[in-house]
Design a binder for this molecule. Structure first.
Ligand code: PLP
Length: 402
């Protein structure tokens, strides 16, 4: 198993860059995690809930029409079919079980697209743990459906109005709250970001995705994929599907970031493609920052990718060359969203649509032998109004003479 070193570093990335008040809570989480990971009964309970409650294993689907004009075979890993509609639920179940084991009585979380918040609210309801979710005001507006769902599930949603009012600010607020109530509260982080041990712990809960793909591809095609593609916000669905294949050098790993309105504009969220090394939310990684080291505002049409940082293990995979990172614009993602809906009968999350857009490009470059797996990290019900709005705005812009 690839692990960070004892200080929580993947090469030069990661670590625990936090105020003193969070040093002990993080050390407590690390100790509880190590003890739980060594206990088979913890994994039995985790895998039991994943199969009974989430509906795992999620299937793979060969996308015959989406791939038709191209030659490669494209396969979707269907995390959209999980209970709550995204990969986020795998990780939240793991962390909530750990919280219970530590005797914590309360969960807090940050959310961008709302899928992580919904997943935490869901498992909080199931385990009887009250949940507070922090969400930027911009995301509260663009992901209104998920806000309503979280409230139905009994969670309290706190609208964060500072900064750009998106995921970065929600995360700042959740860290601040955790620092003041860590005695009874567990902070359920939604991606492979934050201070050690979160990036490693979240990856271990998400690795189920790639472990299943390995078995499924061997069963259905008699071989491993040639390429694996996943979108990268913080990077949890990508690390989840990559981890099983890190040692298989013939399997190409592709992470797709949000190029927003273009990598040559400031309106993107591509930390690996357009960022530089710095510290954000407790770990050293690539992030979008000004020359003075201030975090710079980001943009993506997809709330779940609209984050200035990226998990430290991705920074390590980029610099070591093991994974390649590319970026896809809002317009390309929206086109892929529509193509997937109309050609495959699957409405993907806008986040996943970034991976789909790159799959279309890659399939054109690859020969018939290629077997490309795309991680469909979530379903797109939450994004339908956002797409409608983008279309209306585009029509308006087209209608106004230049
Ligand atoms: C469906 C979906 N996919 C992907 C992401 C991006 O997160 P990550 O990069 O951690 O997988 C999100 C985040 O909200 C999401 O909701």
């Amino acid at each position: 198993m690839h692990k960070p070193d004892e200080r929580g570093y993947f090469g030069e990335f990661g670590g625990r860059w936090v105020p003193e008040v969070l040093v002990k809570p993080l050390a407590d989480v690390e100790a509880a995690m190590s003890e739980a990971f060594a206990d088979p009964s913890f994994w039995d309970e985790f895998h039991g809930l994943l199969s009974e409650y989430v509906g795992r294993p999620s299937p793979i689907t060969t996308a015959k029409r989406f791939a038709q004009p191209r030659s490669a075979t494209i396969v979707f890993k269907r995390e959209d079919l999980n209970h709550t509609g995204a990969h986020k639920v795998n990780n939240t179940i793991g962390q909530a079980l750990l919280a219970k084991r530590m005797g914590k009585t309360h969960l807090i979380a940050e959310t961008g697209a709302g899928q992580h918040g919904v997943a935490v609210a869901t498992i909080g309801a199931k385990l009887g743990l009250p949940v507070d979710v922090y969400m930027g005001a911009v995301d509260v507006e663009r992901q209104a459906l998920n806000v309503y769902v979280m409230r139905l599930l009994g969670a309290t949603v706190h609208e964060v109005t500072g900064g750009t009012q998106t995921l970065k600010d929600a995360t700042n607020e959740a860290f601040r709250v955790w620092a003041s109530q860590c005695d009874d509260t567990f902070y359920v982080i939604g991606s492979v970001v934050g201070a050690h041990p979160y990036p490693f712990m979240v990856r271990e809960f998400q690795r189920i995705i790639g472990d299943e793909v390995r078995v499924q591809c061997q069963g259905k095609f008699g071989r491993l994929p040639s390429d694996i593609i996943a979108c990268v916000g913080g990077g949890s669905n990508a690390m989840g599907i990559f981890t099983a294949f890190i040692d298989d050098r013939n399997v190409n790993l592709w992470g797709v970031e949000a190029a927003g309105k273009g990598l040559n504009t400031p309106e993107n969220a591509a930390a690996l493609a357009a960022g530089s090394i710095g510290v954000l939310h407790g770990s050293r990684s690539y992030l979008l920052q000004t020359n003075e080291g201030q975090v710079r505002p980001t943009h993506s049409v997809s709330a779940g990718l609209d984050y200035p940082g990226v998990g430290p293990e991705h920074a390590f995979l980029k610099d070591s060359g093991r994974a390649k990172y590319v970026a896809v614009t809002d317009a390309e993602a929206i086109a892929a969203f529509k193509a997937c809906a109309s050609m495959e009968g699957i409405i993907p999350a806008l986040e996943s649509a970034h991976a789909l857009a790159y799959a279309e490009k890659l399939a054109k470059e690859r020969g018939e032998e290629a077997l490309i797996v795309v991680n469909l990290s979530g379903r797109g019900d939450k994004d339908v109004t956002q797409i409608e709005k983008a279309e209306a705005e585009a029509m308006f812009t087209e209608a106004v003479p230049a």
